[in-house]
Design a protein around this ligand. Structure first.
Ligand SMILES: *Cc1c(COP(=O)(O)O)cnc(C)c1O
Length: 378
């Protein structure tokens, strides 16, 4: 037997079928492939403003602590987050990115014989986290494209219908990635209220800070009411710190305590904790990002529609666009012009591209290159 086969046979059951996560193409990789120098990446929903100056200053100030282990309890940052949300620090768990928390939830609550529910068009990490444990993944169908308000959005009734006695976790992103769709306060509250107490509902609000709608749920206020609710947030998106890897969850303390048992003792590094603390108080940066994003959403959506494309209405920092044909060749053509967007064939959406909002001039560059590409095809 070859070494490959021996190793293959040793793999834990849940891990055997896993395919690694495919990240957006890195800028440096494309620049060296094409000999370009002005590549833009609109592929990973990062903040185009770049890292906040407040965070950079905090990082510089904490560099001398690099020989020390970080504060494993994240004491100061948890205090600040608790004050920010008018809640209790015991409800907060820090993670090495919110990805860490998604995996910790799966490790803590899933085993073979249990199940987790998530939407057919949802963050790929849910699938990876669930499958690795050997638990069953129950994938709920999304709304049809013909749904006027929320095409491809979460069908909460369909999700509810999949929950049974074995279901330990439900993962739901709001706003959702990759669709940009969202659930309003009434429907999400009714959904969570309908879920049995032995099933934990994980509401992933990675893009929550971008949302300006009055009717967007304040889920953190529901944690007293629902002991089985976990809200996940991140510093990777509006806070502009994706490279540092820091996110957090908010839940009742007993659930936080379970995550505390399975996490690595020092899962969030010094620099990330300092930077997060700084940007949490940096209201100017966040407000600038939010305003630029809401203006960019309108401009980019209008521009794409005027190219004859169908855009799923989004409230995140990205849009999902129906190219009306297999999108891979358009993705490649955009790459040749130095623009990286995200193909979503791996999400089951081969005709779509997900485009993150950039700076206004980057959005314009995307629209004009796309116009040229589409004119050549048509
Ligand atoms: C980007 C994203 C995250 C953030 O992941 P981090 O590990 O915090 O960088 C989480 N959930 C969803 C749905 C996302 O799109």
């Amino acid at each position: 037997m070859g070494q490959k086969t021996i190793i293959e046979n040793l793999i834990a059951n849940g891990v055997r079928g896993l395919q690694p996560y495919v990240p957006g193409k890195p800028i440096e990789e494309l620049e060296s492939e094409l000999g370009l120098s002005d590549v833009i990446k609109l592929a990973s929903n990062e903040n185009p403003l770049g890292p906040p100056a407040s965070a950079l200053a905090a990082i510089r100030a904490s560099l001398d602590d690099l020989s020390l282990y970080p504060d494993g309890s994240g004491y100061i940052l948890k205090q600040a987050l608790a004050a920010h949300f008018s809640t209790d620090p015991q409800r907060i768990t820090l993670g090495n990115g919110s990805n860490d928390l998604l995996v910790l939830l799966a490790e803590a609550f899933l085993t073979a014989g249990t199940a987790a529910v998530y939407d057919q068009y949802s963050f790929v990490v849910y699938r990876l986290a669930v499958q690795a444990t050997g638990a069953e993944a129950k994938v709920s169908p999304a709304n049809p494209v013909s749904d006027i308000l929320q095409p491809l959005g979460h069908d909460l009734d369909a999700m509810r219908a999949l929950i049974d006695d074995h279901t330990r976790l439900v993962f739901l992103a709001n706003p959702n990635n990759p669709t940009g769709t969202w659930c309003n306060a009434e429907e999400l509250h009714a959904f969570i209220a309908s879920v049995p107490a032995q099933t934990i509902v994980v509401v992933d609000e990675a893009y929550g800070e971008y949302v300006l709608h009055d009717n967007y749920p304040c889920t953190i206020d529901w944690i007293d009411e629902f002991p089985n609710l976990v809200v996940i947030r991140t510093f990777s998106k509006i806070y502009g710190l994706a490279g540092l890897r820091i996110g957090y969850s908010i839940s009742q303390p007993d659930l936080a305590e379970v995550l505390n048992r399975v996490r690595q003792p020092f899962n969030v590094n010094n620099l990330a904790q300092s930077a997060a603390l700084a940007v949490l108080q940096d209201f100017d940066y966040v407000e600038r990002a939010r305003i630029m994003n809401s203006q960019g959403l309108i401009a980019l959506t209008d521009g794409l529609v005027s190219l004859g494309l169908k855009v799923i209405p989004s409230i995140g920092n990205f849009v999902l666009v129906d190219m009306g044909r297999p999108a891979e060749s358009i993705y490649t053509a955009l790459l040749r012009t130095g623009i990286i967007v995200r193909p979503v064939g791996n999400y089951g959406l081969p005709n779509y591209l997900r485009i993150s909002l950039g700076l206004p001039e980057q959005n314009q560059r995307l629209l004009s290159e796309l116009k040229t590409i589409l004119e050549k095809i048509n």
